[in-house]
Each structure stands twice: as structure tokens, then as C-alpha cells.
Design a protein around this ligand. Structure first.
Ligand code: 13P
Ligand code: ZN
Length: 271
């Protein structure tokens, strides 16, 4: 059996969370990531019959029984994951009853998965129904994206349009746009259900006055989506109070989307 600390998926989680911490997106315990793993990947490192303990999920995940996730722990700091992965991360499998998680590795100080696990698992289910290759759900508090939710109307069409105007590549990177939820109580099944509903149409969902969720096939793709939104939000926050002299026109965004062959939300443009 190989050492789990050498597993590429653990390494990716350590590097990504360290990177996000350094960008200032994940203060204290802010943010959480879940990474869907193949059983064959994990079996190289762990005895799949060795369940350390079981943890109640608090909702029904019976459509994903047997699925295995590498997940950040609740109350854990992204800052500390690089040095102490086994305390701050866990690998859990959804048990046969559909309402319990079996801990296969990690949370060594008695901890458990993120309080946002309902939103993560429900989002995984929603994304898998439209993209069977989806693997990663990422939640974080990027500074400018969060700032923008205080000063821009929380309307999916206009919020997306504003971001698309801020960097030339935006319409190509997230042509499907941004889903938006108003402020809601976090850590609940209700915000999980609302997020998952949006995830059927969008790979990015902004939580007003809180942060953002991203979904993707790989850690890089998911991080890149959020990074691009955050860059656009930064340009917005740097310019929103200044007179706008130049902009990217809607016809130019259309030209970009068509040139790069992406399936974009035409109804989000004023053509
Ligand atoms: P957790 O510490 O439970 O992951 O919560 C952090 C967070 O960002 C809540 O939205
Ligand atoms: Zn949060």
C-alpha cells in the first residue's frame, strides 16, 4: 500500500488551498473544497474495508452511495492544510444507508467534513447530472467578488454582463454565466438545495455577501473559473467609481464567443 501523503489528489488539494490562502480568499476557516475520487485511485493508498468512524450527513445522499470524496474539514484553516493534511482533510465514502459518511482517512483530531458538505454533495449531484466528468466543487470568499456583491445589483444577467465587460477572456472562460443567490444562512440544507438548483445551469454560483461556488472537471479548471471571476470583479471594483471612457461592446463579446466556439448565454447580451 502506498503512502497517502504521496497521492497526487492529496498534493493537489494541499497546493490549491495554500494558493487560495495566499491570494487572501480564505481567511480563518473560510472556504471548502470537495474532490470526487475514483475507488481505484484511493485503493492504491488505503484499505477500503477499514472504516475509521462514521459521521451523519444530515441529509439524504442515496443517489451517490459508494462515492468517495476528499474534503476539507469544518473549522479548519486553509493556511494549515499544506503542513498538516491528515488533520485538516478527510477522505469519506457515502455509506449504503445514504445518510452517513464513512471516514477512510484524515480528520485525525476528531474533526469532520465542512459544514457546507450538503451544498457540496447536492452540487456534485446536480453537476454530474449535466456533466458526468465533474469532479470538483470549490467554495471560497474572494475579496473583490465579495465586495462587488455589496455594490452591484444581484441579478444574474446584469452581474454576468458586467463581469464579461471587465476582461476580454471572460465570455470565453464562463460563457454559461454566473448564477446568483441572495444572502442566505450558510451551512444549511436549504442553501445546499438552492445552490444545487443553480448548478444545473451554471458552473459558478455567487452567494450574495458571502462568496462563490465553482464546479469543474479538475482542480485547475475550477480554480481558473473562480480566479477569472475574481480578476474581473477586481477590475470592476477599481473602475466602478470612475467615469467609464471605454468598454468592450456587446457585439465584440459576441464576436469573441463565436470565434472561440463557446456556447454562451446570448440572452445575457444586448444585441
Ligand atoms: P467550514 O469551516 O465548515 O468549511 O465553513 C467555512 C465556510 O466558508 C462557510 O461558508
Ligand atoms: Zn463560506
Amino acid at each position: 500500500m502506498k503512502n497517502i501523503l504521496t497521492a497526487p489528489f492529496v498534493e493537489e488539494m494541499r497546493q490549491t488551498t495554500a494558493n487560495m490562502y495566499r491570494l487572501g480568499w480564505d481567511e480563518r476557516n473560510g472556504g471548502n473544497i470537495s474532490y470526487l475520487l475514483e475507488e481505484s485511485q484511493v485503493a492504491e493508498y488505503l484499505d477500503m474495508n477499514q472504516v475509521i468512524r462514521t459521521i451523519p450527513l444530515g441529509f439524504d445522499a442515496s443517489t451517490i452511495i459508494g462515492k468517495i470524496f476528499l474534503v476539507t474539514g469544518t473549522g479548519k484553516y486553509f493556511k494549515n492544510i499544506l503542513d498538516k493534511p491528515e488533520e485538516n482533510l478527510g477522505i469519506v465514502r457515502i455509506a449504503k444507508d445514504g445518510v452517513t459518511a464513512e471516514l477512510l482517512w484524515g480528520y485525525t483530531d476528531g474533526g469532520k467534513f465542512t459544514s457546507e458538505f450538503p451544498a457540496h454533495l447536492m452540487s456534485h449531484m446536480a453537476r454530474l447530472s449535466v456533466d458526468p466528468e465533474n469532479r470538483v466543487i470549490m467554495h471560497t470568499h474572494p475579496t473583490n467578488t465579495l465586495a462587488m456583491t455589496y455594490v452591484h445589483e444581484l441579478n444574474e444577467r446584469t452581474f454576468t454582463h458586467t463581469l464579461w465587460e471587465m476582461c476580454t477572456e471572460c465570455v470565453v472562460v464562463f460563457p454559461d454565466g454566473i448564477g446568483i443567490l441572495p444572502w442566505m444562512l450558510c451551512g444549511t440544507n436549504s442553501i445546499g438545495e438552492a445552490t444545487a438548483e443553480k448548478m444545473k445551469k451554471f458552473r459558478l454560483v455567487v452567494w450574495g455577501m458571502h462568496g462563490i461556488y465553482g464546479a469543474g472537471k479538475t482542480m485547475d479548471e475550477t480554480f481558473g473559473l473562480i480566479e477569472t471571476v475574481e480578476k474581473a470583479a477586481q477590475i470592476y471594483m477599481l473602475t466602478a467609481h470612475l467615469p467609464r471612457v471605454n468598454t468592450i461592446k456587446d457585439t465584440e463579446m459576441q464576436e469573441l464567443a463565436e470565434f472561440f466556439g463557446v456556447n454562451y448565454r446570448k440572452d445575457f447580451l444586448n444585441l
